[in-house]
Design a protein around this ligand. Structure first.
Ligand SMILES: Cc1ncc(COP(=O)(O)O)c(C=O)c1O
Length: 417
């Protein structure tokens, strides 16, 4: 009797474990396609697009521009971050909608291209360039007086000064990111004295970037503490400019701060008088943050399905594939897409995922989905890029969607360092 009971208990226990394990298996994430994406798909098909394409939704872009503009306090200027919106037409559109002539550029080819096509726009370098790049640019820029060069150290200041060229410059501040730059103190004073004593050097402003603030938790005031530490560091540097170069210079100079992650934290112009931002206007996934909640995703990678089939078959591991598919309903369907291996996450159809065992491919990437993944060849799969910088430049011209149709094609900058 005791033996019988023990066996019953063992069998019962095993059955219960099996039921619990089966209940805990992955649930099917597939579902019907989003109406929005089927509309974009129809527009792509109507436009004859049949290759991996970066799509910008112009209505959503404009909504993001309006969101940004309405968040700026009175007197706060807006500077467009060119590397995050790497298309001259896209930048021209944002310039016009946001009424700004201020650009931030990060590399020589973009700097020169924009200085040629938009000689009326002012450009502030977002990173310091080697003096040799500066010297090359001087011979290539039609409007060099519209460029403000970024200087992060006394050594670089000395190199630039040694060229003898007249230079508009901004000093980079370290306000907590610790990516280089000056902090108020002796080193900073030395830079200000060099500028004061050299008539070819003109201090156009300061730049202090603090994206780390938005990455910190709000709990226990951690984020707020970092923000105020950044602002205090900035204010000390401004005070030192006033002390060395005078109140006139300090009052007239630009005080650049922020980026997409933090621009909404500036409620007045006490510290900064201009903010830079680019990514939030198209909102890639890295910008899905609490601070940027009012912004909407406005850029997608659309790519055609090349092949669609039932099940998931892994080369040389067919049995493993069958066991996996029995266990995981998200392996019920397989598609191979045109291209792949981008810094991006699939968003439509829902539940589509890459296959870790099959791996990624830049040529024909395998994607798996549940039973409701009703994709056939020539239909489109949509991804959201993680970032706009660099990724936007991988697809040729940007297809501009206006809510109904593809209405324009915006060339991107050539890929460059
Ligand atoms: C100096 C500087 N300012 C602002 C930005 C913000 O760019 P985004 O708004 O695209 O995040 C960056 C991005 O790297 C930067 O390096």
């Amino acid at each position: 009797m005791a033996e019988f009971n023990r066996r019953t208990m063992l069998i019962g226990g095993a059955a219960a474990t099996g039921v619990a394990a089966w209940a805990a298996r992955p649930r099917d994430h597939s579902g019907t396609r989003g109406h929005y994406f089927t509309q974009v798909q129809a527009a792509l098909v109507a436009a004859g697009i049949a290759t991996p394409t970066l799509v910008i939704d112009r209505q959503r872009l404009d909504a993001n521009i309006a969101t940004l503009k309405s968040a700026l306090p009175p007197g706060m200027a807006y500077r467009i971050v060119a590397k995050s919106l790497p298309s001259p037409d896209l930048i021209a559109h944002v310039r016009q909608r946001a009424s700004t002539d201020r650009l931030m550029t990060f590399n020589l080819p973009t700097l020169i291209a924009l200085n040629r096509t938009m000689p009326d726009a002012g450009q502030l370098l977002g990173k310091p360039l080697p003096v040799a790049a500066f010297a090359q640019a001087l011979t290539a820029l039609p409007a060099p007086d519209k460029v403000t060069w970024l200087i992060d150290s006394n050594a670089r200041l000395a190199q630039y000064a040694a060229t003898g060229a007249p230079i508009n410059l901004a000093l980079e501040l370290d306000v907590g990111l610790h990516r280089g730059g000056f902090v108020a103190g002796d080193d900073f004073a030395a830079a200000l004295h060099t500028i004061r004593d050299n008539p070819a050097l003109h201090l156009a402003g300061l730049m202090g970037y603090e994206p780390h603030v938005a990455a910190l938790p709000t709990a226990l005031g951690v984020r707020n503490g970092a923000l105020h530490a950044a602002w205090d560091a900035y204010a000390r540097a401004v005070e030192q400019v006033r002390a060395v170069l005078g109140a006139g210079v300090a009052a007239a100079m630009l005080r650049n701060a922020a980026g997409s992650p933090t621009y909404r934290l500036y409620r007045d112009t006490q510290v900064a008088n201009e903010v830079s931002a680019g990514s939030c206007l198209v909102k890639p996934t890295h910008f899905d943050t609490d601070v940027l909640a009012p912004h909407v995703p406005a850029a997608f990678i659309a790519t055609p399905v090349i092949k669609a089939m039932d099940g998931t078959r892994l080369p040389g591991l067919e049995t493993v594939g069958r066991v996996q598919a029995w266990w995981d309903p998200n392996l019920a369907r397989t598609v191979f897409i045109y291209g792949g291996n981008w810094l991006a996450d699939p968003v439509d159809p829902p539940g589509l995922q890459t296959n870790a065992l099959f791996g990624l491919s830049s040529n024909q990437q395998m994607m798996n989905g549940g039973a409701q993944t009703q994709l056939s060849p020539d239909q489109f799969v949509f991804f959201r890029p993680h970032q706009s910088e660099a990724v936007f430049m991988q697809f040729g011209d940007i297809a501009v969607y206006d809510g109904h149709a593809i209405v324009a094609h915006w060339p991107v900058f050539p890929a460059s360092a």
